[in-house]
Structures are given as C-alpha cells and as structure tokens.
Design a protein around this ligand. Structure first.
Ligand SMILES: C[S@@+](CC[C@H](N)C(=O)[O-])C[C@H]1O[C@@H](n2cnc3c(N)ncnc32)[C@H](O)[C@@H]1O
Length: 221
C-alpha cells in the first residue's frame, strides 16, 4: 500500500463519536502533546519487553511492509522504533498536535473509523484505553479493516478493571478518561472482532512506569 500524499501532513480532525460523558481526548492530547513527547520519546530505552515484541514483529514482515502506528502520540516512539528496523511507518492520531509533532509521516484520524486498508501491520500502544468500553468492538473492527488479510496487530493496554476518570494529566488541567482491560476480556474482544491467532501477554510494570499491569495483544486479520 502506498500512503496517499495527505498522509504527509495532518488533515482536519474527524468528527468524534465518543460516548456521552467522556471528554474530548483529542483536546486533552493537544494540550499535553509537547510535555508527553518530552516524557515518553525515549521510553523504549527502558522497556526491553516492548522492544523485543516490536523487533519480532518487524522481523516477520516482508521487505517494503507498510505499518501504521495508530494513536501514535506526539513522539510516535513506537512507530519510529519499527521504522528504524526497516518497515515504512505512518502515524495516525486523534490529536492534531500529536500528528503534527510526530517524527513519522502522520495524519489526524480516529481509531473508530480509520481511513486505512491493506496494511501489513498495525501497532497501537495505549490508544485503545481511550475508547469507551461499549465502543471497543467498533475500534477493533476498524483496526481489522485497516489490515490486509493476514496482517498483524500488536496492541498494548493497561490491565485492570473498570474505567479511570480524572482531572489533570502531565501538569495540565485537562480531563483524562481511560478503559482498563482484563486479559481474558481483551482476548475475547479480539476473537469476537474476527482476529485470528490471538495471544495476550502480560508483564508487570517497570519501576519508572505507572503501576499497572501491561497487556500486549497480538493477532492476525
Ligand atoms: C497514551 S497516548 C499513547 C501514545 C503512544 N502510542 C505511546 O505509546 O506513548 C494515547 C494516544 O492516543 C490518541 N488517541 C486517543 N483517542 C484516539 C482515537 N479515538 N483515535 C486515534 N488516536 C486516539 C491520543 O491523542 C494519544 O496520542
């Protein structure tokens, strides 16, 4: 797949379909984008488990593979790491500021309605947490539709139960809403969305991280 030229710069923010009661996460990340990038740009240096998963994914891909980093954030450190291993990587983020700052070609886009198809792989780290639980099946269907048959998804979320709603993030007075996932729940959601070869690994948080268990799901479209 050749990314269209519009992927080279952020486009207009799409319409949102977030459930009533959830804040505008695009606006939240617009506000914190620069500080988020400063905080997390180099995070993979201290995350060997994540590097191992991303490296293994990149090594499985064909030469010239195209990968999307969905919910790439302002540092797109996940996508940039994969790009450093060979694949061509495009970023997608709900936040205009994040898409603009990302060090890979990136555009504004909504995980709930990705304007993508035929991708060899998608990496989506900690963006599904910002989808209200009732809309998660729709987000997973959108991710699956963005992949070619057999294309790979690698997803990371915070493990846990329920939702988190708080005011204040990275020193900014913004709203933060998140869904936590249990391992069996995530596995079932991916299978129900039609993904094959679903595996969900878990690891305990590194000392420098927010103290939640981390879940990593891999699956094929
Ligand atoms: C916790 S950050 C993760 C960023 C990066 N992937 C990382 O691992 O550091 C969540 C990102 O997902 C984006 N996001 C939230 N909801 C989204 C949606 N519906 N579609 C696309 N991106 C979304 C946010 O703007 C933010 O950049």
């Amino acid at each position: 797949m050749q990314p269209p030229t519009s992927w080279t710069r952020p486009s207009e923010r799409p319409a949102r379909t977030l459930a009533a009661g959830w804040s505008d996460l695009g606006a939240t990340y617009d506000a914190v984008a620069a500080d988020y990038a400063a905080e997390f740009a180099a995070e993979l240096d201290g995350k060997p488990f994540d590097r191992q998963l991303l490296t293994a994914l990149a090594e499985r891909l064909r030469p010239g593979a195209v990968v999307a980093d969905v919910g790439c954030g302002p540092a797109a450190q996940i996508g940039a790491y994969v790009a450093g291993l060979g694949p061509r990587v495009v970023g997608v983020d709900l936040s205009q500021a994040c898409a603009a700052l990302a060090p890979v070609p990136a555009a504004v886009g909504d995980l709930l309605a990705l304007p993508l198809g035929g991708l060899d792989a998608v990496v989506c780290f900690y963006a599904l947490i910002h989808i209200p639980r009732p809309l998660v099946p729709r987000a997973l269907a959108s991710l699956r539709a963005s992949l070619r048959p057999g294309g790979e998804l690698l997803l990371a979320v915070h493990g846990g139960t329920g939702e988190l709603h708080r005011r204040g993030f990275l020193g900014h007075e913004v709203d933060f809403d998140a869904t936590m996932f249990e391992r069996s729940e995530l596995h079932g959601l991916l299978a129900a969305a039609g993904f094959a070869d679903v595996r969900v690994a878990r690891r305990q948080p590194y000392p420098q991280e927010h103290p939640t268990e981390r879940l990593y799901a891999s699956a094929r479209a």
